[in-house]
Design a protein around this ligand. Structure first.
Ligand code: PAF
Length: 282
């Protein structure tokens, strides 16, 4: 596996490739990322992973400085998984001049849910992903469903800018107790870690209630938020949406998604569960 750090090296390494499958990451890789690499291998060749902690998508006071950087271990895992090339630029390589151009995702996507609590986050994500796409020029790119709103932002980016890239979505991998795998899980203290799967359990309870015929989705979300608060969480949101648009579901919305973001101490966790609505799919 080749490891390159500059755009020029990347261009040389990928010259003549037309079937590249790309997995963009911020590093600190876990089994969830590895499943995205496996998916990439099924869709194209060579498989390229990027490792870059993107300052543009972190707000003031967020965890940009303390975000775990584990390049050597990440490269070992990627090599073992059959990745062909790692692009690991530093900030000066990605942003050699101040990034005064930015991609602004549609307000309805960018300012809702996580975007309402992390202003500018999805603009930072879309901007770096567009730059990475221009550098790697993949035919397909793989993103995890764990970051469901990000996945929709990227799909819209590709659609509105006519990028010739297929976006492939990878399922969320979970720990044995149901907690979605995330690099941020390692911020959790021992007792927080024991509690952390409650977010997923509350979302699963909402899905089960809707599938059993409960119609008052707002009340279900409010109840879940109340349970989490009673257990000591600080809840940003619990919401049920149309899975294709992330807007409020209409009667005909077949695919729905329940999403949540909440804090345990200083750690913000997100999760979601996509499901078929029983009435809409009849
Ligand atoms: O999901 C991530 O790891 C990041 O948001 C991404 C897509 C690599 C952009 O920095």
């Amino acid at each position: 596996m080749q490891i390159v750090h500059t755009a020029a090296e990347l261009r040389d390494a990928l010259a003549g490739q037309a079937d590249t499958a790309f997995v963009p990451t911020m590093g600190n890789l876990h089994a969830g990322h590895m499943s995205l690499v496996e998916l990439a291998k099924q869709h194209g060749q060579p498989v390229v992973a990027s490792i870059f902690v993107n300052p543009l998508q972190f707000g003031a006071g967020e965890d940009f400085e303390r975000y775990p950087r584990t390049l050597a271990a990440d490269c070992d895992r990627l090599a073992a998984a059959g990745c062909d090339l790692v692009f690991a630029p530093d900030v000066a390589e990605m942003y050699p001049v101040p990034q005064t151009f930015a991609v602004q995702p549609p307000e309805s996507l960018a300012n809702d849910l996580c975007g309402a609590f992390r202003p500018g986050h999805f603009s930072g994500v879309a901007t770096v992903v567009l730059k990475l796409f221009n550098l790697v020029q993949p035919r397909i790119a793989v993103f995890g469903k764990k970051d469901f709103q990000q996945l929709l932002v990227i799909r819209e980016l590709v659609r509105q800018f006519n990028l010739p890239i297929d976006i492939v979505a990878g399922d969320t991998l979970r720990e044995a107790d149901g907690l979605a795998m995330s690099s941020r899980n390692q911020y959790l203290g021992t007792s927080e870690r024991l509690q952390a799967a409650q977010l997923q359990r509350e979302l699963a309870a909402i899905v089960a209630a809707v599938q059993a015929g409960e119609h008052d989705e707002e009340a279900l979300c409010a109840n879940a938020a109340r349970h989490l608060k009673m257990a000591g969480w600080r809840v940003d949101y619990i919401a049920l949406r149309d899975a294709a648009t992330l807007q409020a579901p209409s009667l005909g919305s077949e695919r729905r998604v329940v999403l949540g973001a909440a804090w345990l101490g200083a750690t913000r966790l997100i999760d979601n569960i996509e499901f078929a609505h029983p009435a809409a799919s009849r």
